[in-house]
Ligand binder design. Sequence first.
Ligand code: PMP
Length: 416
Amino acid sequence: WASGKLQVFETMESEVRSYIRSFPTKFRRASGYRMWDTEGKEYVDFFSGAGALNYGHNPPEMKRLLIQYLQEDGISHSLDMATEAKERFLLRFGETILRPRGLDYKVMFPGPTGANSVESALKLARKATGRQTVMSFTNAFHGMTLGALAVTGNKFKRKGAGVPLHHTVTFPYDGYMGPSVNTLTYIENFLEDSGSGISLPAAVILETLQGEGGLQAASGPWLRGLANLCKRHGILMIVDDVQMGCGRTGTFFSFEPFGMEPDIVCLSKSIGGYGLPMALTLLKPELDLWEPGEHNGTFRGNNLAFVAAAEALSYWENDRFAKAIARKGEQLRSALLSLADRFGGEVRGRGLMQGIALEPGLAEKVCAAAFERGLVIETSGTDSEVVKVMPPLVIDPEGLDEGLAILRSSMQQVVE
Ligand code: PMP
């Protein structure tokens, strides 16, 4: 472990310190849920590029279409210009994702990253309501730019900006105050009590399951209660589905099982299909308020991403993919429960976004031991207390078992 780390540092010593160096090797190639380093060592991927590779590494049909597009001199960069590739993506997104779910959204390309989508959502909510503050939650993660960081409930990350960030108010997420306290009551009282001195916020931004914040999940009743509260007070609801969207929790949008219809939805990571940078901001038609040019950017039209992203939507043309995710989610659940039984810990999450919360300090050691044994896996949580299992959604049950067996032996090594 130590010598591997040193070797990578020596060859890449110009890299800044802020990169997390959890994977001390040099990677060369990848396919599906497998990766290989330059020494030829094989790894199972339980990390999926932090959620950008739901469809696996180099999915064959997307790869073929990308190569064909390049061979035909397809437009690669186009800002906001209309292109065939963009139109095809938009049509397919409407047909495959929005229409079958009865959802009415306009689609904006806010820039290439998740943080770009979050920024556009925050900015638009302020413009639409004429209000200044945004409500966010403990342990939330929304990105590293100033606005997104201001709604990120993580002290360490916020320290990166040096000084306090403004115009946000952080509330306790569902479960934050223990199982017997409904934090929604607290939020309601706070917002509706003139003594609190708070002015009504423009928006609330949240994840339905906190990907970076330790896999805390909000319950259906809590989410619906929050949506009602927002409606009563003209507060816009922004769901950040950057990590939980594109099928990660078992449905295309993470909020589908709860019957919600947020005003704004942020998507990125796996929306690009092939791991290519791409983001969407979905907005209710009445929020289409920006004049042409009022919110723009150079990288809002990566046509290679559109080509892959349009093809990725094929997975959602029927319910087979969602059903397979549910089955593998069950398989993962029972394996994690058996680990918790044997080694202690609490199983969290849903779909193919699950993990096990361990005693302080253990999860990082487990992930390091697993990496040595050929499993790429990361922690989640403000104190890195959760071992987070996030394989490509296309993994087969055998691959899932293979990775889980490595996880089991790594836990045995570290915990016992
Ligand atoms: N929102 C959520 C929920 C995320 O998980 C992330 C990235 N981990 C972001 C926003 C930011 O995305 P990006 O890193 O592409 O800016």
